[in-house]
Design a protein. Structure first.
Length: 342
C-alpha cells in the first residue's frame, strides 16, 4: 500500500500545482493559457509563431542557447501564424509559447502527446544549455523549443498546435513499480499499418480524415504478426491499463536485445487513466511500433514495453478524462484526427 504523498514529498506535480506555478509566474506565455491546457499531471505546450527547417538534429550543449546553435543548421524559416506543412523525412525546430522559470527543486520532462505519436511524428523538447532531449534541468529559466520530425505522414501545423506535453516534478520521485505490457494479437483486426504515400494530416482537425486513406487494417495469423522493416504500426496492449489517482506512469521501450522493434513516441499516462473512479475501466494502452533493420515476428501477448509508475505529490483535483478525452475507455484506436474505422 502506497502512503499518500505530502506536499513536500518528491513526486510528479498534479494539475493544481501546475496552476500555482502559472499563477506565480514560473510558467509564462505572451498569450493567455487555454482553459484545457493543464492536464491532471502535465501541461500541453503550444507552437509559437516561427519554425525553421534544419539540416540536422542537434543539442545546444552547455553554455550555448538553442538560437545560437541553430544559426549553423537552419535552412529556411516558416511562418506558423499562417499554417505550414512540415514534410515527412525532414527535421524542424519550432518556438514554443511557454517560457519557464522553474523554482529550486523543480525539474521537468517532456513527451509527445498521444495524438502526435499515433501519426508517427517524432518530437523532442529543447532548452538552452541542454545536453539531453526532453529533460529540463532543475531551476531552468528560459524559452522552450520543439524538434519535429514527421516520419510517415506530412503534417499541417500552425501557431497554438499542441504536439508535446511537459510533466513537472519535485525532487527525484521513486519508481513505485514497473509492469510489463504485452501486445494483443488475438482474432479480428488487431492493428493498423500506415500507408507510405498518404496525404497531409491536419494536426488540429479532429475526426477530419478518412482512416482508409492513411491506414490499412491488420489481421494476425495464428496469433502472430510479421513486422516489416521501416514500417509503422498501431497496436493495442493485451492487458487493460490502470493508473491510480495518486500516481502517474510513463511507457518505456524494452531492451532492444529482446527484439528488432521499438515501441516509442507517446509515453505519459495521467492519473485516473483506466480507473473506475474516472469511469475508464478496461482502457488499453495503444502502442506505436516500428520495426528496425530486419523483419520481426511478433506473438500474441509478447512483452513489448514497460510501464514505470511514480508518485504524485498529492491527489490531483482533476482526473484523466474529466475535461473530455478521446482515449479514455479506448481499445485499439487511431489518433483523434481520424474518423472511426467502420
Amino acid at each position: 500500500m502506497i502512503d499518500t504523498p505530502t506536499n513536500d514529498a518528491a513526486g510528479i506535480l498534479p494539475c493544481q500545482s501546475i496552476d500555482a506555478l502559472i499563477a506565480q509566474g514560473a510558467i509564462t506565455s505572451a498569450q493567455a493559457f487555454d482553459h484545457d491546457q493543464v492536464q491532471p499531471a502535465s501541461l500541453d505546450l503550444r507552437l509559437g509563431a516561427r519554425a525553421w527547417r534544419v539540416r540536422a538534429s542537434f543539442l545546444p550543449g552547455l553554455g550555448r542557447t538553442v538560437s545560437q546553435r541553430m544559426a549553423g543548421v537552419a535552412m529556411h524559416e516558416l511562418d506558423l501564424t499562417k499554417g505550414a506543412v512540415l514534410e515527412k523525412g525532414c527535421v524542424y525546430i519550432a518556438e514554443l509559447q511557454e517560457v519557464l522559470a522553474l523554482p529550486p527543486g523543480v525539474s521537468a520532462r517532456a513527451n509527445p502527446k498521444s495524438s502526435t505519436g499515433r501519426v508517427d511524428v517524432f518530437v523532442r523538447l529543447l532548452t538552452n544549455n541542454s545536453v539531453a532531449f526532453d529533460d529540463v534541468a532543475e531551476g531552468y529559466s528560459g524559452p522552450t523549443y520543439i524538434e519535429i520530425a514527421p516520419q510517415t505522414f506530412s503534417i499541417l501545423v500552425r501557431t497554438n498546435t499542441r504536439l508535446n506535453q511537459l510533466r513537472l516534478k519535485r525532487g527525484a520521485p521513486p519508481k513505485l513499480s514497473i509492469t510489463s505490457v504485452g501486445v494483443d494479437l488475438s482474432d479480428g483486426v488487431a492493428g493498423f499499418r500506415a500507408r507510405r504515400h498518404a496525404g497531409v494530416v491536419d494536426m488540429d482537425h479532429v475526426d477530419g480524415h478518412d482512416p482508409r486513406d492513411f491506414w490499412e487494417p491488420l489481421i494476425p495469423r495464428r496469433g502472430e504478426l510479421l513486422l516489416d522493416p521501416g514500417e509503422f504500426y498501431i497496436l493495442a496492449s493485451k492487458e487493460a491499463v490502470e493508473i491510480p489517482v495518486l500516481q502517474a506512469a510513463e511507457m518505456t521501450p524494452i531492451d532492444p536485445s529482446v527484439g528488432e522493434f521499438r515501441v516509442h513516441y507517446a509515453g505519459f499516462f495521467d492519473p485516473g487513466f483506466g480507473t473506475e473512479e474516472a469511469k475508464g475501466v478496461g482502457s488499453k494502452g495503444v502502442l506505436e511500433v516500428r520495426s528496425h533493420e530486419t523483419p520481426f515476428l511478433l506473438e500474441d501477448g509478447q512483452t513489448v514495453a514497460r510501464l514505470v509508475y511514480e508518485p504524485l505529490t498529492e491527489k490531483p483535483s482533476r482526473l484523466y478524462g474529466d475535461q473530455g478525452s478521446h482515449y479514455q475507455r479506448q481499445g485499439l484506436k487511431l489518433s483523434k484526427h481520424f474518423k472511426v474505422w467502420s
